[in-house]
Design a protein around this ligand. Structure first.
Ligand code: ARG
Length: 269
């Protein structure tokens, strides 16, 4: 198997902030396609009037989710800080995850920020900024499942994923199309797991924790499936924005802002 794996001591007793548990309730705003009603502008209007349009898929706590009609999460807050540094007004467009890269390529959005993993394949289409966080593909199973480690997965396993994510791509590569069912978002995959339509869900570890916390009878395997870096994607035609955002990111890393934002949402293990 070509995806790096290692034993991961998942802290299953994660104390999640109540605010993150919106995870499985389903997004309260119909977050399907970008339209004017899904656009939200932060209050911190930095003044130049020029917008910084971020495409995301807000079904992915603690990175981006909707609570009380507001976008929240690590990416949302970091993007707000970046926009402030750039003197631009942040506008969030909540779209399907697998439409983000195309929309960034075509210039519909200035950037894509969605707990998005840097991959060689995606780099053919877009540029990525420096990484601001890391992720792990984890496996959620029902408690007492016969699947105890990643090695128990096979082409006979009914695997659920979010469409177009690395979990989808890797699982399809490793176990074949027939084993993998792609859902519109992670919450739908988890719902299918709860109703025994699938045997496991492969998804990023922090959303996995959030989903497991919000639903009875699920657990995360101790073995991880893949390790990844998250970054912001930007059109290859917009090198200036890439440089500006990388500069902003390095300042936000240096002064502790990024760590502070991540620490707000993720309990150290
Ligand atoms: N890290 C994974 C990927 O890049 C999943 C990201 C899903 N993000 C989201 N906001 N739904 O493919």
């Amino acid at each position: 198997m070509k995806h790096f794996k290692r034993l991961l001591a998942c802290s299953l007793a994660v104390v999640m902030a109540g605010s993150i548990l919106v995870a499985c309730g389903g997004s309260s705003t119909g977050s399907s396609e970008a339209d004017d009603s899904s656009a939200e502008t932060t209050e911190a209007d930095a003044g130049s009037g020029e917008k910084l349009v971020m495409a995301t898929n807000a079904t992915f706590p603690p990175y981006e989710y909707v609570e009380g009609g507001e976008y929240e999460g690590i990416d949302v807050e970091i993007a707000g800080k970046i926009a402030e540094k750039l003197g631009r007004e942040l506008e969030i467009q909540d779209v399907e995850f697998d439409s983000i890269i195309g929309g960034v390529q075509s210039g519909k959005y200035d950037m894509g920020m969605a707990g998005m993993t840097v991959t060689e394949e995606r780099k053919q289409s877009v540029n990525f900024t420096d990484s601001y966080a890391s992720g792990i593909q984890s496996i959620i199973v029902p408690e007492g499942s016969a699947i105890a480690t990643v090695d128990d997965l096979s082409s006979d396993t009914r695997i659920g994923v979010q469409q177009g994510t690395t979990g989808d791509i890797y699982a399809t590569d490793d176990y074949g199309d027939g084993a993998v069912t792609a859902y519109k978002n992670g919450a739908d995959a988890v719902q299918a797991l709860l109703t025994d339509k699938i045997d496991c869900v492969i998804i990023d570890n922090e959303p996995a924790k959030s989903f497991v916390e919000a639903n009875e009878g699920l657990t995360i395997l101790d073995t991880s499936y893949a390790e990844e870096d998250y970054a912001i994607c930007i059109s290859k035609d917009n090198e200036d924005l890439l440089t500006e955002i990388n500069d902003a990111l390095s300042e936000l890393k240096a002064d502790g802002t990024i760590d502070e934002i991540i620490g707000k949402y993720i309990t150290a293990e």
